[in-house]
Design a protein around this ligand. Sequence first.
Ligand code: ADP
Ligand code: NI
Length: 200
Amino acid sequence: MNQKEALQKIKQFVHSHFSSEPSGHDFTHMERVARWSSDLAANEGADPFLCEVIGWLHDIGDRKLFKDPVHAKEEQNRLLKELGFKERVIADINEAIDTVSFHKGQVPDSITGKIVQDADRLDAVGAIGIARTFAFGGAKGQQIVSKNEMAPNSLQHFYDKLLKLAPLMNTESGRQEAERRHQFMLLFLEEFQRETEVQP
Ligand code: ADP
Ligand code: NI
């Protein structure tokens, strides 16, 4: 199999499913997760090609994003077969994808799954994480910040989830990158607080 050609075909397939989704799961999210999966794999001594493939495909068949998840997975597996991936490898890819999501709260067994989970989490933190948080909030009609702490608002999401992600990273290089992004978010929150403080 020509790896470059395979990645090109996978990229086209992903593009046909995610073009301009506005809440943070657009094509550029897949592109970033693919890139960081490959970079982390190189640092961790894992297979950068396989991790990049899983990075591209990690949200295919996600229940909240697909009307017909089973069909999307079938299409994906047909493509992988056409590209020359062995049945065993396709099963490993699907197993890694199934355990990547934060919601399922699982740590993938394989190093490839661990790497892609880290790459996916990295996209929720740092500068891009800040941008995605407010984009998601806007798409859901949520306020930037609310006086009523109980009302859902985008700022609250930093405390509910984003500031908890750094210690959950699976790999050393993922942890280092997450730590850098964590510090950047703390700086952002400090500045946000300073700019928005009003007298009671
Ligand atoms: P994933 O599928 O990667 O687990 P989610 O669908 O939970 O991601 O979130 C997509 C993006 O929107 C992420 O950047 C996440 O941090 C952000 N997000 C999720 N929930 C909220 C929320 N309640 N308020 C603001 N941003 C959110
Ligand atoms: Ni994702």
